[in-house]
Each structure stands twice: as C-alpha cells, then as structure tokens.
Design a protein around this ligand. Structure first.
Ligand code: 0PR
Length: 372
C-alpha cells in the first residue's frame, strides 16, 4: 500500500469511536472475537451467492446454521441461511410469509425494530400495531388484531430500546390455534436468553421449542461476537425458503434463495469459527459476565438517583432522564456514546462484552455531572 493511502486510512480510522478503548455504551455491536477475525480474513473473497464456486464456505454456513438451530431447539427439517443482520432477516421473514399465505397484513408490536417499517414500505404490506401492556406486547389484544388477511405475527425477544421479551409463549399458543405464522425477532436476545436460562436467571421461552414459532431471527454480529455483517434467519421448515427462490442464470448455481445476490462468505466462516471456539460454555460465560455488569450498572445508576425505565431482563438498561437528547449531547462532549429514546424519556446503555465495571463507574460520574 502506498504510504499516503495508509496514512489516509489511519487518519479516518482515528476519528472512529473504538470498542476497545472508547466509551461506546449505546451499541449492540462489540469487538469481534479473535477467532472470528482470523476466519474472516481467510474468506474475504468468498461468495455464498455462488456456492458452486465455494462449496467449502457453504458448508461452514450450514454448520453455523445447524449449531445455532440446535441451541434454539429447531426441529429436524428446519432450514436457515446467513443474512446481513436483523434487518435482512426480518424483511426476508415477511417476504416468505406474505408469499406463503398470499396475505398482506402483518401484526407487529409497537416497540418492534424499525426494520419492519422498512419491510412494510418495500413490500407494500400493511402493519397492524399490537399495543403494549407493561411495556411488552399485549398478548390479550392479539386475537382482536388478527384478520383474515394476516400473513404473520411478530414477537420480539430482546427489544431494541429496553431489552424486554414479549410474551412469546402466549403469542405462540394463539398463533398456533389460529394457524398464523409467528416470526420472533431475537436479533439481540437470541444469543442471550438461552444462556440466561441455563444460568437459572430467566424462564423466558421464545424459540422453536414453542410449537407456534415459525421463524427466528438471530444476529451473530450482536451478542454472537462475530464480524459485521452476520445475521441468521431460521425457519421451522426448510421448504418455506422456496417461496423466494429465483432462477439466477449467470451464477454457476442456477438459482438463489436470498434477498442479497453476492453474500459474504467471510461472515459465515467467522460465525462458524466463533460458535465453535466459544461453544455453549463460552457464550454462557460471556452472558454471565454481561449480566453481572448490567446488574452493577443498574445499581450504580439507581444509587446516583436515577430511575430505570424497566427492570433489565437482558444486558440492556434504559435510564430515565429529562431531555434525553440534550443529555446524550452533553455526554457526547465527554466522548460517551449512548442510545437515545425520546419517546420513553431515556438514554440506553447496552452492557456488551467491551463494557466493564470501571467504564460504568466513570460513566455514572459523568452522567451525574451533566444532569446536575
Ligand atoms: N431487531 C432488533 C431487535 C434490533 O435491535 C435490531 C438492531 C435489528 C433487528 C436490526 O439489526 P441490524 O441493524 O443488524 O440490521 N438494533 C440496533 C439498534 O438499533 C442496531 C445497532 C447496532 C444500532 C449498533 C447502533 C449500533 O451502534 O440499537
């Protein structure tokens, strides 16, 4: 590389915030695990959009899907694909279920991620709001929200703003009775909740062990410690993928079953590598540690006189402040990057693996000073 190009890269990169040394509290991403980085660099030019050229990489995608599917109780006959993240997974799920059912309405809890609004706009489907009760989807109101034109229902396991889990069990029961597919957006919670359960810290159920759950989105590039762009969409039935199959004459493989054409094999290799490297025990330790930090942060914030928007279920906190945008701007002057949720009057802190207790101490002290 020419020295001036290298220097230009260095200068731009130096302007970025850093997970390693910085004060990033508002992101659901983190430093990728070294095993993911090593794998990624070996597979950078591989393309899952043309698997005839890269059967080895496709095999890694299958193995990653199999392992995550196993952790999420996916039955034999399930089928999954890597995606670029939660947005693509949610969009693809809606694409598949509207095609499968021929229906045009989707029931979405009010706190769902904005990727559903994108999907609705792209596909011209109608979003029917499912109201909240005690800050999560109101399962009792689900029945009256369904119509003969309902293509699917969405539930969220780990909400973007507060990390809460919708009553997926009740929603799953109803969806099963009504023969309506239920898509669970577990982009964040899918790699947290299973380990919290194994630690005895939650009893929430959200995945394929519930018979009414048809699909699950889970993002290895969030709590999976994989590289960006790593998402995964799992379907209870592999054959449902056929709904979006197209002929792809110019690739060596004559058909594609994905929204993206060229798809990063590096992300699949990285995800496979970190899933293997950490394994169930490794992730459980990551989640244990993140929850310990979350509980510590909750205590520190409350001792400093702030209220939480909700008791944290996962490693995410909403801290109530007056004028959250102003508070976030003042925090930003001190290099803190927090999420902002003006509707709920909170700032959002995600206790990702790079967030340590000492960082929380410094943060709470600055939060006090900017709100004094
Ligand atoms: N579903 C849920 C529940 C999410 O929270 C998100 C992203 C998505 C789907 C979409 O995932 P992708 O962004 O991978 O397509 N939620 C994060 C958020 O809005 C995304 C994020 C990550 C934002 C890192 C900022 C950031 O620095 O908080």
């Amino acid at each position: 590389m020419k020295p001036q190009v290298r220097e230009a890269l260095r200068r731009s990169r130096a302007r970025d915030f850093s997970f390693a040394q910085g004060r990033i509290l508002g992101s659901m991403c983190t430093l990728p695990h070294p095993a993911a980085v090593e794998a990624f660099t070996q597979f950078m030019e591989t393309n899952l959009g043309d698997p005839e050229l890269f059967p080895g990489t496709q095999e890694l995608e299958c193995k990653a899907v199999e392992r995550l599917g196993h952790w999420l109780h996916a039955p034999a006959g399930m089928g999954g694909r890597m995606t670029s993240g939660g947005t693509e997974s949610n969009l693809t799920a809606l694409w598949i279920f509207t095609s499968l059912t021929g229906k045009r309405e989707v029931v979405v809890p009010q706190h769902a991620h904005f990727s559903f609004a994108k999907a609705a706009s792209l596909m011209q489907v109608k979003i029917k709001d499912l109201p909240l009760r005690n800050q999560v989807a109101d399962a009792r109101r689900l029945q009256q929200t369904l119509t003969p034109d309902t293509a699917c229902v969405v539930g969220v396991a780990g909400t973007t703003n507060l990390g809460l889990v919708d009553p997926i069990e009740e929603m799953s029961e109803m969806c099963r009775e009504e023969h309506v597919p239920l898509h669970v957006d577990a982009a964040f919670g899918g790699l947290v909740i299973p380990f919290l359960r194994s630690l005895g810290k939650t009893e929430r159920r959200f995945d394929f062990e519930l018979p009414g759950v048809s699909s699950v989105a889970v993002d290895p590039h969030k709590m999976g410690l994989s590289v960006i762009p790593s998402g995964m969409l799992l379907l209870r039935e592999e054959r449902w993928w056929e709904e979006i199959a197209v002929a792809s004459a110019c690739t060596h493989t004559q058909r594609q079953v994905s929204l993206l054409g060229t798809r990063p094999g590096g992300a699949a290799a990285a995800t496979y590598a970190v899933l293997e490297e950490l394994g169930w025990e490794g992730y459980r330790e990551v989640v244990r540690s993140c929850m310990e930090t979350t509980e510590y942060a909750a205590r520190m914030v409350e001792e400093a006189g702030f209220s939480l928007a909700a008791r944290p279920e996962l490693n995410l906190l909403g801290v109530q402040v007056t004028h959250p945008q102003e508070v976030a701007a003042r925090l930003s002057e001190k290099n803190w990057k927090v999420g902002v949720d003006p509707a709920r009057g909170c700032i959002r802190i995600v206790c990702m693996p790079h967030v340590k207790k000492t960082l929380i101490d410094d943060f709470v002290s600055d939060l006090r000073s900017v709100t004094a």
